[in-house]
Design a protein around this ligand. Structure first.
Ligand SMILES: C[S@@+](CC[C@H](N)C(=O)[O-])C[C@H]1O[C@@H](n2cnc3c(N)ncnc32)[C@H](O)[C@@H]1O
Length: 272
């Protein structure tokens, strides 16, 4: 019923399970949608839960999600009038955090779920668009951020390549995402919480147990931070040297030494 790790060399796939190529080659699940169905599934699901999305985030994370967004916003180093893109902006919480932290920046949000955008503040600049086909010119933004979006994409490398495309050389990319976290003693407790308590909360508060089964399962099936870092490198992004935590930068001919650090949130800590 739930996502799990399997050895691809010894595992014979039952008909009802599908490989979730958008996460990793070893993840199988009967809960997560197939790659082909994923965009429609994700948009419909966020459309259903949009009115309760922010409340559920606060409850599920004990209010930590606001703090994580502040960490992302504070990590950006921006000049005056910098252009920032928030991919998968949803109700606009991350875009708002960036606006608060960097009042001189111009922040634009994009999302393909209109009911989520309708919950965003009306003074936020936003566009209805697919993260895999951003309606922006190459190198248009000084920074690109996203919060809890990457694991929802049908094609993570293509999504990252698209974000890198719209970043100017030397621009910064920050990803806030939940990941399976390292295998340690706490992992079974997190899994229990994610698989039992979160769907129950989703049923009680949002009236949608299936959405709040998908959300934790997509986290547990998402790329481990090391693999996500490898995909970032393949998209031409480099870790900023000398920084304990900071954004990834787009390397380029203007002399940017690709650098930076993906802020990829783990279940079991602030691990970046
Ligand atoms: C979990 S919500 C995150 C919202 C917000 N970033 C936050 O910090 O709470 C994920 C959002 O990504 C959007 N999304 C997922 N896949 C997308 C895609 N391919 N193109 C545009 N938006 C997408 C969903 O519609 C949803 O609003």
């Amino acid at each position: 019923m739930f996502a799990r790790q399997v050895d691809p060399h010894t595992y014979h796939r039952p008909a009802r399970l599908r490989a979730i190529e958008c996460y990793g080659p070893t993840v199988m699940s009967s809960v997560l949608p197939s790659v082909a169905d994923k965009p429609r599934y994700v948009a419909a699901m966020f459309g259903r839960i949009a009115p309760r999305y922010d409340l559920m985030n606060t409850l599920m994370t004990g209010g930590q999600d606001s703090r994580w967004r502040r960490i992302v916003a504070d990590s950006l180093v921006l000049g005056d009038q910098a252009q920032v893109l928030d991919v998968g902006t949803g109700t606009g919480k991350l875009a708002q955090a960036v606006r608060r932290a960097k009042p001189r920046a111009r922040v634009t949000g994009v999302d393909f779920t209109l009911p989520m955008l309708r919950q965003a503040p009306s003074d936020l600049l936003f566009a209805g668009a697919d993260a895999l086909k951003l309606p922006f010119a190459d190198g248009q933004f000084d920074a690109v951020v996203s919060g809890f979006v990457m694991r929802n994409l049908a094609d993570v490398p293509a999504g990252l390549a698209e974000q890198a495309r719209v970043l100017r050389p030397g621009g910064q990319l920050v990803i806030m995402e939940t990941t399976p976290g390292p295998p340690n003693l706490l992992r079974p407790l997190f899994r229990l919480y994610f698989r039992r308590i979160v769907p129950l909360l989703g049923q009680l508060i949002a009236g949608d147990e299936s959405a709040y089964t998908y959300l934790p399962e997509s986290t547990l099936a998402f790329l481990e931070p090391d693999r996500l870092a490898a995909v970032l490198r393949e998209a031409g992004l480099r870790r900023r040297t000398g920084a304990a935590a900071g954004p990834w930068q787009r390397g380029g001919h203007l002399g940017a030494q690709g650098c930076g650090l993906a802020v990829s949130r783990q279940l079991s800590g602030d691990g970046c």
